[in-house]
Design a protein around this ligand. Structure first.
Ligand code: ADP
Length: 307
């Protein structure tokens, strides 16, 4: 389990914090999606969690071990697959894996097994002897992943592993992440692709401008907000008098047969239903809530998730 409390971070010389008073819990075995637009602080956050950036304020515990004092212990059980390519382009796939196996001091009698396992999970068996620089973008990402798996981590951080790659490799990586998580490994997966978070993750934290806006299962995120977007289409447009009655609900907009409310509470909804019934206005379509995380993000921030 990862526990973060009141975390703030500012790069040296910068004017403002890029992580702001962030508190978050990620449970053991979760496939946790950290979803946010570019620049929202995803890489910074996982860099702090993996010890690449210092913990300046706030508290972090991973499996009960506090950062920074237990960093080395934490690193033994975890791995980071960074966004940028983290291998030697002039070495072949297997040479890279052997090199990083050496860096991790994997005992000789275990090395073969670990290499075979990492190559299989990343689907790189038939590329063993290909020089890394000659791999396609997607295969390079898969080599990054294979290197990350070498120390058999119980906690795996993946930083936007599918950015800019072909759909086939993207599909392969998403599938590999699911298989890795199914073995009980906790995965923290950062992305700005809403569909990936929705498809892949059992819990999602929505990050914007260094703040955690919401966190929970997709179901919770889409339904637990106090006010939601409402669109009602009536079978016929209300008369001027009926429109006047309906307009007593603050924030309700009426355009012909369509009624809209950007922030509608359940009390507002009940009141509207009563008024519609009393006026004999029939509903032909009603949408209450958010269809997806993109809509929720737009409502919370006034901006599109993708920028
Ligand atoms: P994300 O991973 O969500 O795209 P980042 O964590 O990379 O976001 O960046 C968060 C913010 O921190 C951005 O405003 C970015 O410009 C800033 N930032 C990132 N790295 C540095 C750095 N080394 N020095 C100063 N500012 C940085």
């Amino acid at each position: 389990m990862i526990q973060i409390e009141g975390l703030s971070f500012r790069y040296p010389g910068a004017k403002r914090d890029v992580i702001r008073e962030l508190s978050l819990r990620i449970r053991q075995g979760s496939l946790f999606g950290l979803l946010g637009p570019n620049g929202s602080g995803k890489t910074t956050l996982i860099s702090i969690l993996t010890g690449l950036l210092p913990l300046l304020s706030g508290k972090i515990r991973i499996d009960g071990k506090a950062l920074p004092s237990h960093l080395q212990e934490i690193q033994v059980g975890s791995a980071l697959v960074p966004q940028e390519y983290a291998f030697y382009p002039r070495l072949s796939v297997i040479e890279n894996l052997l090199f990083f196996g050496g860096v991790l001091a994997i005992p000789a009698h275990e090395l073969r097994g670990r290499l075979t396992e990492a190559l299989a999970v990343a689907g790189l068996e038939s590329f063993e002897s290909v020089r890394a620089e000659h791999l396609s973008g997607g295969l390079k990402r898969r080599l990054n992943l294979a290197i990350g798996l070498l120390n058999r981590p119980q906690l795996l951080f993946l930083d936007e592993p599918t950015v800019g790659i072909d759909p086939q490799s993207r599909h392969f990586i998403l599938d590999a992440v699911k298989r890795i998580n199914a073995r009980g490994i906790t995965v923290v997966y950062t992305t700005h692709y809403m569909e990936e978070a929705e498809m892949l993750c059992d819990e999602i934290g929505v990050l914007d401008d260094g703040r955690l806006l919401a966190c929970g299962t997709q179901e919770q995120l889409l339904n637990n907000t106090q006010s939601r977007e409402l669109t009602v289409t009536l079978t016929a447009a209300p008369t001027a008098q009926q429109s006047g009655i309906l307009s007593t609900i603050p924030g309700l907009g009426i355009i012909s047969r369509e009624l809209r409310m950007a922030h509608c509470t359940e009390t507002d909804l009940k009141r509207l239903m009563k008024l519609l019934a009393a006026e004999g206005l029939d509903i032909c379509r009603l949408k209450y809530g958010y269809r997806n995380l993109e809509e929720l993000f737009l409502q919370m921030t006034g901006r599109q998730l993708r920028n």
